[in-house]
Design a binder for this molecule. Structure first.
Ligand code: GLY
Length: 568
């Protein structure tokens, strides 16, 4: 991709005047523009205030959305080590303002070449407990460092030394952990106690209290190397690469140095479709997210528009999700299997919509190829710069604190993304997802994802959004996009806070957050035949920014479920 925006201090200074900083948690608006009356035109929403501040610093120094994205992604790797990081992967959805070019940077992890069924099944064919979630067999080859290189060479205006500087400082000098960190470390204390390398995330072998200063000197040194030499030389080769291979293999895995040397990000065409006049752009395969959104919006387009929190429309949303997740079993890495793109064929979507009874939940058999004829874990950030460039990035190491394997000497905590493959059609993964042959494990293959960074454009402006949450990412993005499209005036804070429900075909029930659904709603849904399953805690952590058409101010909002940490 060419540079997102022209570099040069003139342009940079002109843009910098339009910035304003706010910490939504304290309702403080601090204008740093030369003219405080000018509306802010740039916005960042991320899951952590220190990461948001890192991106804001790049914009204030004249960087563009790509510069900010590198800084935010690297800072998140330090301050949210349980969610994403150098040892993980993700998808970056980019929009270049000058010509509207959009591209998805696929930085998904890749299965190592030497991985074999016997790593996951015993001699009698029984799955080995925990093999896809813990230890060396759970880890896939990371993509985030390659994405940082790629963004720097393709669209950023600043060097890695500049964009990684905040992350290096946070890792070297430390930062005070928040309540969220303390809670998650408590949940994963036994995993983190298991090795000297993972004990770095604890306070003397125990989950720290909020306020504890977390130091990650080895990770700081790895980031410094990448800042000097780039990730290709400093991460995918040399001592950092050898340290990861040693640690993974000592923990039962099967990595080779060549797996790392051969890792490449892939530029892919994002998935784009329209819904009632709006254009929606979202992650393409190997994320199932964009396809699921296209199906759900396509089906809903055959019914009158309604409030997705009204039971009549909620029923349709659930029925559409049921069908989209049913078809998910046909999807996998498009470079390894042939994907029936007819899943989102207009004729098929029309038929799926016609099959829905507007008053009754349906019962569907599993999808077969013939049917297609004719978060805490994961993180997301959204950025719009003053020139109109955009980045929506969803990054992950999969489950909280990933596989628990840390590269020797590098401080790089590795993912457990192998759990996103389908081990066998009757075995659900950690997100209760069952899949099909298309997502079977294979050397060099990318596991199917639900990560759904997205842009929604309509007459009001553009919404950039995404979320963590495994399979529930798709319904979070869907419900937020439906709410955005329904109202002529955008209330971003309401949009990220709305109560959530979800359906993923199997298990066959509507998952609901514990709050926000009245008895009337529950009775109406049950009356239509939906089984309701109240989940004991709220989920997700939506990060959204909105830039209105014309001269209005850009806005950012972070999900209150994750702590309100937006910059705008
Ligand atoms: N690791 C969760 C996902 O990619 O969907």
């Amino acid at each position: 991709m060419e540079k997102l925006a022209e570099s040069g201090s003139g342009a940079v200074k002109r843009r910098a005047r339009y910035f304003a900083v706010a910490s939504a948690g304290f309702c403080l608006t601090l204008a740093i523009s030369a003219n405080a009356a000018e509306p802010a035109r740039a916005a960042i929403a991320s899951a952590h205030p220190l990461a948001t501040a890192a991106g804001e610093r790049m914009l204030a120094r004249g960087g563009n959305a790509c510069d900010a994205a590198v800084a935010v992604a690297a800072a998140l790797a330090v301050v949210e080590p349980y969610s994403s990081g150098l040892g993980g992967g993700g998808f970056f959805l980019l929009h270049r303002a000058t010509d509207g070019r959009q591209v998805m940077i696929d930085a998904r992890e890749v299965a190592p070449q030497a991985i074999r069924p016997e790593h996951f099944f015993d001699a009698s064919g029984h799955p080995k407990v925990g093999a896809t979630v813990r230890g060396g067999t759970a880890t896939a080859i990371p993509g985030v460092p390659a994405a940082l290189d790629h963004l720097t060479h393709s669209c950023a205006t600043m060097s890695l030394a500049q964009t990684l500087e905040p992350a290096i400082r946070l890792a070297r000098d430390g930062f005070r952990v928040d309540r969220r960190y303390a809670r998650i470390a408590q949940m994963r204390e036994s995993l983190l106690r298991a090795t000297p390398e993972t004990r770095v995330f604890l306070d003397d072998g125990r989950a720290p209290d909020p306020g504890f200063v977390l130091l990650q000197p080895q990770l700081a040194a790895t980031l410094e190397r990448i800042a000097r030499e780039g990730a290709a030389a400093a991460f995918y080769r040399g001592p950092v690469a050898r340290g990861m291979v040693d640690a993974v293999n000592a923990a039962g895995g099967a990595w080779q140095l060549s797996d790392l040397e051969n890792y490449r990000v892939i530029e892919r065409e994002p998935l784009r479709f329209t819904y009632r006049g709006a254009t929606i752009t979202a992650a393409a395969l190997p994320s199932a997210g964009g396809i699921a959104l296209a199906q759900v919006f396509g089906i809903l387009g055959h019914f009158p528009a309604g409030d997705a929190h009204d039971p009549r429309t909620a029923h349709l949303v659930v029925e559409a999700l049921r069908r989209a997740f049913r078809d998910r079993s046909l999807l996998g890495d498009p470079d390894h299997v042939s994907i029936p793109l007819a899943v989102i064929d207009e004729g098929r979507i029309k038929k799926q919509a016609a099959d829905i009874d507007p008053r009754r939940a349906s019962v569907l058999p599993p999808a077969t190829a013939a049917d297609a004829d004719g978060s805490g874990n994961t993180t997301h950030f959204s950025i719009i710069d003053a020139a109109g460039n955009r980045v929506a990035a969803t990054l992950t190491i999969n489950l909280l604190f990933g596989s628990g394997v840390v590269g020797r000497g590098s401080g790089v905590l590795l993912n457990n993304e192998m759990d996103d493959f389908t081990l066998r059609a009757d075995l659900a993964n950690s997100f209760r997802l069952r899949g099909g042959e298309a997502n079977a494990m294979a050397p060099g293959k990318r596991p199917l994802s639900s990560m759904t960074p997205a842009f929604v454009e309509d007459g009001k402006g553009v919404l950039v959004l995404g979320a963590p949450g495994g399979s529930r990412i798709i319904s979070q993005v869907l419900l937020a996009a439906l709410e955005y499209l329904r109202h002529p005036v955008v209330d971003l804070r309401r949009l990220v806070a709305l109560p959530r429900y979800h359906h993923q075909y199997w298990p066959d029930h509507v998952e609901m957050e514990p709050e926000g659904f009245s008895d009337e709603w529950r009775n109406a849904m049950s009356g239509m035949g939906h089984r309701l399953h109240v989940v004991n805690r709220r989920w997700g952590n939506l990060q959204a920014v909105f830039q209105p058409k014309g001269n209005g101010a850009a806005q950012a909002a972070s999900d209150p479920r994750g702590g309100d940490v937006a910059w705008y």
